[in-house]
Design a protein around this ligand. Structure first.
Ligand SMILES: CCC1=C(C)/C(=C/C2=NC(=C\c3[nH]c(/C=C4\NC(=O)[C@H](C)[C@H]4CC)c(C)c3CCC(=O)O)/C(CCC(=O)O)=C2C)NC1=O
Length: 161
């Protein structure tokens, strides 16, 4: 896993150079948003179950997916879906804190599309639910932190698509 600091240092080290202006600007912007990121992570952690529930209500409930024949039908599959959304929210929060998406590649997206395809889990509906979490989260943490979280919700969405 990488974060905004190691990403910038590694790329300078590869070139055998001190940090140039653009690398330093990246660090400055990361440090200046530190407080914002920590506050957002605290709010998300305290409201995680509610965020998932509201996102499911907005995107999946009362659709064919929750009816007989749908992939969320049966308590076991419904619970698996909620659990997956919980993973996406938690890992998006880690990535937002780190300011870097690499943890998503390593721990979430690796092999996920193949797993979903082999189990018939609909990717389009999953992406809709992730986008609903993005909206619900932004309304809770405010526009600046919401935009930052949005980067990682979108990263998961495009990694799945
Ligand atoms: C931390 C990293 C991580 C991820 C991301 C993860 C995902 C994940 N989701 C799974 C299943 C599943 N995922 C879903 C999800 C959904 N079905 C829908 O219709 C909805 C659209 C959607 C929810 C948004 C469902 C229903 C299953 C069970 C499918 C089945 O067994 O038939 C499975 C198969 C094994 C299992 O059932 O536990 C994995 C590995 N596991 C991990 O360890």
């Amino acid at each position: 896993m990488q974060d905004a600091i190691t990403a910038v240092i590694n790329s300078s080290d590869v070139q055998g150079k001190y940090l140039d202006t653009s690398a330093l600007d990246k660090l400055k912007s990361y440090f200046s948003t530190g407080e914002l990121r920590v506050r957002a992570a605290t709010t998300i952690a305290a409201n995680a179950a509610a965020i998932v529930k509201e996102a499911v209500a907005k995107s999946l409930l009362y659709s064919d997916i929750t009816r007989p024949g749908g992939n969320m039908y049966t308590t076991r599959r419904y619970a698996a879906c909620i659990r997956d959304l919980d993973y996406y929210l938690r890992y998006a929060t880690y990535a937002m804190l780190a300011g870097d998406p690499s943890i998503l590649d390593e721990r979430v997206l690796n092999g996920l599309k193949e797993t979903y395809n082999s189990l018939g889990v609909p990717v389009g509906a999953t992406v809709q639910a992730i986008q609903a979490m993005k909206e619900v989260t932004a309304s809770l943490v405010g526009p600046d932190a919401g935009k930052e979280m949005g980067v990682y919700f979108d990263y998961i969405s495009s990694g799945l698509s």
